[in-house]
Each structure stands twice: as C-alpha cells, then as structure tokens.
Design a protein around this ligand. Sequence first.
Ligand SMILES: Cc1cc2nc3c(=O)[nH]c(=O)nc-3n(C[C@H](O)[C@H](O)[C@H](O)COP(=O)(O)O)c2cc1C
Length: 387
Amino acid sequence: MSEWVCSVCHEISSGQEPPEFCSRCDSDQRMIIPKEDVPQTLEQVRDRARKKLKGICAAYPSCDGSYEKICQREAYGKPIGLGGAGQGRSFRANSKALEDLELNMSVVGDHFEPDMSCSFLGMDLDFPVLAASTAGPGKYNDAMDETSFCISVLKGAQEAGTIGLRGDTWFYTEEKHPSLDSMEACKGFGIPIFKPRSQDVLKRLIERAEKLNCRAVGVDLDGSGSTIMARHGQPVFKKSVKDIRELTEFSSLPFIAKGIMLPDEAQKCADAGAAAIGVSNHGGRVLDSTPGTAVMLPLIRKKLGDSMPITVDGGVRTGYDVLKMLALGADAVLLGRDIIRAAAGAGTLGVALHLEHIKNTLKKAMFMTGTRNIGTADSRVLFNHKA
Ligand SMILES: Cc1cc2nc3c(=O)[nH]c(=O)nc-3n(C[C@H](O)[C@H](O)[C@H](O)COP(=O)(O)O)c2cc1C
C-alpha cells in the first residue's frame, strides 16, 4: 500500500496506484505525487518541472531569455511557449535592467527584523510579491490541467501569505474559463486579469468575477496584439480611455490596468479610474525591443506621484530583484515564469515553496540594506554611479 498526496489541495489517499482523481478537489492524476516524492526544497520542485516541461523550459537557475535557453533558441516558427516575442530582446531587457542595478550594503546600525508586511488595494499581505496573471501551461506537454494549474497558483499564493492574479487566453471561453473556475474554488481570493476582449464580453466576465467575490479585476491592455485570440474566435482590441473608463465605472471592484510602459498612458488609465497600474511588457511576449520594466517604472512613478499603487513585473527572480523594484517605486511585484514552473513541478506545494523562498531572500535583502520596512524601501538602497 502506498500513500499519495494531491499537490493541489494536500489531500492524502492510499492504494497500490494513485487515484485517478483527487477525492477532495477533483484534480487528475497528473497532480498526485507519491508521498515519499513530495518536494521539500525548491530544487526538487525544479527537477520535477524540468521533466514535465521537457523541450519547453529547462527550469534554469537564471531565466533571462538569452539565446542559449531552449525557450528562446527554438522560438522561430514555433509557439512562443515560455519565451519572448521575436528575438527575445524585451525579455532580456527586463533581466538586464535589473542586473544593471546594484544594492547599497549597509551593515552599521541597530539590529532589526525586517517587516515585509504591506497593504495592496486594501488587502493586508505578508509581503509585496504576487503571482502574476498567466495562462496556457495546460497546453505544455499536457503537463497539467489548466484549472488545476490556476487553483495551484491561487492557493499557493494564499498559503504563502499573499494573493495570485490569473490570466486569460485563447482557449478560455465565457462558458469554460479556468481562471474564473479557480476563483470559485478559492472563494474569490484572487484577481482575474482579462484579455482586452470586446466591451460586452469583458463586462460579463467582470460581472462574474464580482459575483465570485474576487478581490479586484483587471485587463492586460498589452494583450491587444494577440492574433491567436482572434484566430479562435475571441477577438481582442486596443482600448480607448473611454473604454477603460466604462470598465472602471462598470464594477465596484478595484480595476488594474496591466501592461503599461509609458508614463502618459499610466496617467490616462489613472484618469479613467484605474485603481492600480501594472507596469509590464508581458514578460517580453507582446513586442520585441522594449526597454526593461525596471527602466520605465521610475518614470511612471514620477508621473503618477504617490497617487496610486503600481505593480511591476518582468525578470524578477529573487527577493533582491523585488527590493530593487520597490526602491524604484513599485508597491507590489509580480512573478510570472517562476510561478508557472513551480506549479508545474508541484502544484500548490511548489508555488508556496517558491514564494516562501522569495520572501526569505527579500528579508535578507532588506536586512543587508538596512531597510526596516516596505515603506522605507526607496532609492537610497540603490547604488548611484553618478553621485
Ligand atoms: C506563459 C505565459 C503566459 C502569460 N499569460 C498572461 C496572461 O494570460 N495575462 C497576462 O496579463 N499576462 C500574461 N503573462 C505575462 C505575465 O503576467 C507577466 O507580465 C510576465 O510573465 C512577467 O515576467 P516574468 O515571466 O519574467 O516574471 C504571461 C506570461 C507567460 C510567461
């Protein structure tokens, strides 16, 4: 007799063979792990992800879109997988922009325990790192069911003391929408980000999110160039200020305008009633040759002043990167590819382990730079070569 653990809901069962479906959460066998193989470390999660995502992602320690990485090397003429658009320049620009920043190491002063707690859109979180909106891994090597993937991200984030966003893609429909299905399974503890579909479709999706008690909603405005959506009969559109205002006014939920890379456009979204701006180039997946998000973030913060929360994502891999983004003006930092890998490796368990690791490195980064709390993470922690 063996014991089996559901990596999505932690249910334990016993039998010679793994159950076909988890008796508690209905996740299928792909998410069920022999008890003795349940990963205890991030390395074990990555080893499992490497196998499950074979040919798509090798779960390298450094995920930066460089040419030798399989996601980028094999990009031509193939689905984008986990890579970046075109030559991967925007993907790499995100990593490079973070690499170019250096932290001031501060070791003299009173001893302290860094306080990572924060508030985002009225929610109290243990630390300012969120799981980014992503969608599609259910199609990678048939590694996992898309809804189980989404639930893993939401539950893993919640277990780590934070919250997850969920995405939207060509095989999500109004009838079968894994992001909203996972919100239902998690009592609405999450933030669905919808593709810029027609206003009517968006309103219906937002209405459902509201009924499910989701904590906020949003649209990835940079998803408007997606041709695969249209090819599957789900067209997406550029959104005008009037469209955005119509959406922010339609719902009582805070609205996140994600995919903003220009200060003036951030201001337009703010004027249209957005509750938060998501500085993002979609992990370099929608337009090649943009600057890194860490380059644009301080310009957007300068434009908006302290008027509203800003999230940022792109190339963030460690707590050290998180601190850099906070110092540049972000209120919350999103992780994309790393969370996909963690969920592929070990469902909720993997996502929670990954986020705990990020929390630990953020704590270390704060301690070693003399940053007592999130509110004091500002430009003073960054080394200024010109000063
Ligand atoms: C495979 C994949 C799917 C994604 N799907 C979505 C999506 O459905 N909606 C969305 O707003 N962003 C989507 N993104 C972008 C992420 O939200 C985020 O901006 C990006 O992954 C951050 O960069 P990082 O992966 O380097 O951390 C996706 C990214 C990846 C890698």
